[in-house]
Design a protein around this ligand. Structure first.
Ligand code: AMP
Ligand code: MG
Length: 402
């Protein structure tokens, strides 16, 4: 058994990033940036009005009401490009350029237009610079605004669009093949016969792999037969960057996944991790394909996928955040750790009225209890050699992707 940290390091050492590709902005959501994003203009690109109202000279409105002559109008997309002089005002809209000579905008609610006469009364004085965002106040041309390795989320789209990134470079999505093994398995659209169960792992792994950015292919179910496993594994490895199997890696008489990998000449880097749940996790390489042999139990699959396979998939795309970010929370009830293994135990997060993040360990029946796991939003990470941790203690957690 190797420690989780060592296993993770091996996964990182064996993973190389895939080449970048160019995508259109509309297809960029969730992808990993493979280039720095640089401002091609100042922001704002000109002194910009923040309110509908009148561009004025503050000296003219020191005493109010002050009557000013309206000499023009500056609209968004159609500014008034003259010098505004003493005693003058320019009607201005939000987002429009502020004319030269003006040093503030008074909002329209604090003004009164003198009907038909071409004058406006400014009802309250205003400080210099009021309701004006100066050119380049937010960003200067040439500044780096987003960095390679960041995942593109919806909040970043405006930035990418505003600086003209109609196309951008992102890490290629890894091609992942998913293969469930086990003579007891039938597909989801079948009614299980005697001694059979429906496969869920193929679907769980496919779901988490797409959340991690992969392009996923699910293979038909494979029985517990070394020759058949070898054929399928060998075929799958030709077409994919990563192969993820489930089942057949523990100590049972019909656990053939490791044997099949070894007979095919795969290099096996580890096959037992000091992890609960998920001890019999296998990591290997066959040709250029990374192979994760995950355990059969559905909860172990969710844990080991997110610790190891997800890390590889993120690293392949050039992500700077390859592991799930660790946070802390307060344990809401006692939780038993393990002496010889590090634990990642399913939990629900909520915050109490005081703003404290609480981790509520799920009441579960072990690593086969996928119905209990359906409520999990996080995993509580207890170090190796942990006895019972008492309610109220601070624990390390990672949020599950969703
Ligand atoms: P194994 O490691 O192959 O002995 O599997 C451990 C447990 O997980 C057994 O109870 C299997 O029936 C179950 N299991 C294995 N593969 C799957 C799967 N694809 N979907 C749901 N349960 C599975
Ligand atoms: Mg099995």
């Amino acid at each position: 058994m190797i420690p989780v940290a060592n296993a993770l390091q091996i996964v990182l050492d064996q993973t190389t990033s895939l080449p970048a590709e160019s995508v259109a902005l509309v297809d960029a959501l969730g992808r990993i940036l493979a280039e720095d994003i640089v401002a091609d203009t100042d922001l704002p690109p000109f002194d910009r009005a923040q309110m509908d109202g009148y561009a004025i000279r503050t000296a003219d409105v020191a005493n109010t009401p002050a009557r000013l002559r309206i000499v023009g109008e500056s609209a968004a997309g159609n500014g008034w490009h003259h010098e505004m002089k003493a005693g003058e005002a320019v009607r201005i809209m939000t987002g429009a350029p502020v004319p030269a000579g003006a040093d503030a905008v008074q909002q329209v609610e604090l003004t009164r237009e003198v009907d038909g006469a071409g004058f406006v009364e400014i009802l309250e004085s205003v400080k210099r610079g009021r309701s004006i965002v100066k050119q380049a106040d937010e960003i200067k041309v040439g500044e780096t605004v987003l960095r390679a390795g960041e995942e593109i989320n919806a909040a970043m789209i405006a930035t990418l669009a505003s600086f003209g990134y109609a196309q951008l470079k992102v890490g290629r999505r890894p091609r992942v093949t998913v293969m469930a093994t086990g003579g007891e398995l039938v597909d989801v659209d079948q009614r299980p016969g005697r001694d059979q169960i429906r496969d869920s792992n193929n679907y769980t792994i496919a779901a988490y792999a797409s959340l991690a950015g992969a392009i996923v292919e699910r293979l038909p179910l494979v029985g517990d037969d070394t020759e058949e496993l070898k054929r399928r594994i060998s075929k799958a490895s030709e077409a994919s960057d990563v192969l993820i199997t489930s089942g057949g890696v523990s100590m049972g008489v019909y656990d053939f996944t490791k044997a099949a990998l070894k007979e095919l000449g795969a290099e096996v880097f580890f096959e037992r991790v000091a992890l609960r749940p998920g001890k019999p996790t296998v990591f290997a390489r066959l040709g250029n394909t990374l192979v994760f042999g995950l355990p059969g139990n559905p909860v172990s699959v969710a844990v080991t996928f997110n610790l190891f396979a997800r890390t590889a998939l993120r690293a392949m795309q050039g992500s700077k955040d390859v592991t799930l970010p660790a946070e802390t929370a307060v344990l809401s009830r006692d939780l038993k750790g393990s002496i010889d293994r590090e634990s990642y135990l399913p939990a629900r997060l909520r915050s109490d009225e005081g703003g404290t993040l609480l981790a509520e360990p799920l009441k579960w029946g072990g690593s086969s209890d996928f119905v209990a796991f359906a409520k999990a939003t996080a995993l509580i990470n207890l170090p190796i050699k942990t006895n019972t941790v008492r309610a109220g203690r601070v624990v390390r957690i990672v949020r599950l992707p969703h």
